[in-house]
Design a protein around this ligand. Structure first.
Ligand SMILES: Nc1ncnc2c1ncn2[C@@H]1O[C@H](COP(=O)(O)OP(=O)(O)OP(=O)(O)O)[C@@H](O)[C@H]1O
Ligand SMILES: CCCC(=O)O
Length: 376
């Protein structure tokens, strides 16, 4: 390792904000979160059309904060829009840019702008360009993919960047090797992914984006299939409306009219709101069932249960969840999300040779089971 200090700009565009951070090696210099109101973004016809706007924002705000862009060693973005790939640090190639521009994953999300912004800035200022553990990461074992209907498979939609960073930090603190440990990592935020990590691979998880697993402050989680069919064919909803409910407008918000857990706790504590308590407790109960599933997937060999995300700031949620699961393994709580730090740290580790720099192939990691003997 050298004494060189690497200057790193990490970029994470979200639905309502563009977050970016400036790092020396993996030490934060600053993080800035630029909020976009609806009107600001609604003048763009598509997410892709927001590219120049968001890139200029990052560039200008970096300069305003005193970052000498010509001295930046790496621009690193979150990724997104890609075909499924293994976790890790990837150099941003033309293939990545093409797949992001065309949202090859089939899901349009502002995250797909991250690699494009990173690459444009890296080209302009002569730096490296990376993405780290993109949301398109798929490390599922085959067993996790099969459903009860042939041809319908489960996909990996995990808060991979944050989950792997939390696991990495736990290992750093305890002197462990992530690739030799088993964890259940619970990302508890507006969306929830509860994931079995086996020796460095995220082998199974719920898929909250398609209505699978626990309900969340905003999402439905698993709904009994034929009851969902009844809703779908009731004539009361279009396909888009029902999808919007499942992914963005259900969970705590459906029951209680708010997804704000602090407000829900206020109702419980100050107004003795019994229904609010029932619904909040049910959500935590569902989290615990998902942890139990992961523990079984790991055959009981769980080194720790790591709890992160905005909901991990709630003492009530953490305490209640621990009561269900702490017989399985030690629990470790790291509230909030660590995505910008994870990006910077990934770029730093790549530039210092601590992790390999991977090349995105554009060949999805899962292509069905046709190659298996006796598959009809
Ligand atoms: N201090 C707190 N106490 C209780 N609940 C909190 C606290 N801070 C945040 N939350 C709750 O955490 C949830 C939001 O979590 P988070 O900010 O991780 O979500 P997000 O970033 O919007 O979504 P995602 O995590 O899926 O990317 C909300 O329900 C919010 O009320
Ligand atoms: C990759 C993000 C997963 C989610 O939002 O549920």
């Amino acid at each position: 390792m050298t004494d060189k200090i690497y200057n790193i700009v990490a970029i994470n565009p979200g639905s309502t904000s563009t977050k970016f951070g400036f790092y020396h090696n993996s030490e934060k210099v600053f993080i800035e979160n630029i909020y976009h109101n609806k009107d600001e973004l609604s003048r763009f016809g598509s997410i892709q059309e927001q590219l120049s706007y968001r890139r200029l924002l990052v560039e200008n705000r970096c300069e305003c904060n005193g970052v000498k862009l010509s001295e930046v060693d790496a621009f690193v973005g979150r990724g997104g829009g890609l075909l499924s790939s293994n976790g890790g640090v990837y150099c941003i190639t033309d293939k990545i840019i093409y797949d992001c521009e065309t949202a090859a994953s089939g899901v349009e999300h502002p995250a797909q702008l991250a690699s494009q912004i990173a690459r444009q800035l890296a080209n302009k200022y002569g730096a490296n360009a990376y993405i780290v553990n993109p949301p398109d990461t798929d490390e599922f074992q085959d067993l996790a993919r099969v459903t009860g209907i042939k041809g319908v498979y489960r996909d990996s939609h995990v808060h991979c960047l944050n989950q792997k960073e939390v696991a990495r930090r736990y290992c750093e603190e305890k002197g462990l090797n992530y690739n030799k440990c088993n964890f259940v990592v619970c990302h508890l935020g507006g969306g929830v992914s509860i994931t079995a990590h086996r020796e460095g691979q995220m082998i199974d998880s719920n898929d909250n984006l398609i209505g699978d697993g626990p309900m969340t402050p905003l999402r439905a989680g698993t709904i009994p299939a034929t009851k969902l069919l009844d809703l779908a064919f009731s004539g009361d909803y279009t396909h888009e409306e029902l999808e919007d409910i499942i992914v963005r407008n259900s969970g705590l918000s459906s029951h209680l009219g708010t997804s704000d857990v602090k407000e829900i706790m206020r109702r419980i504590e100050e107004e003795n709101d019994e229904y609010a308590r029932l619904v909040l407790d049910a959500m935590i109960y569902q989290f615990s069932k998902a942890v139990g599933e992961c523990a079984c997937v790991l055959k009981g060999k769980v080194d720790a249960i790591l709890i992160t995300g905005g909901l991990a700031r709630s003492e009530y949620i953490v305490r209640s969840l621990k009561q269900y699961v702490d017989w399985i393994a030690e629990t470790w709580v790291m509230p909030g999300e660590w995505e910008i730090a994870a990006l910077a740290s990934g770029a730093y580790q790549a530039m210092t040779g601590q992790v390999p720099v991977l090349t995105y192939t554009g060949v999805p990691v899962f292509r069905g089971f046709r190659s298996l003997k006796y598959h009809l």
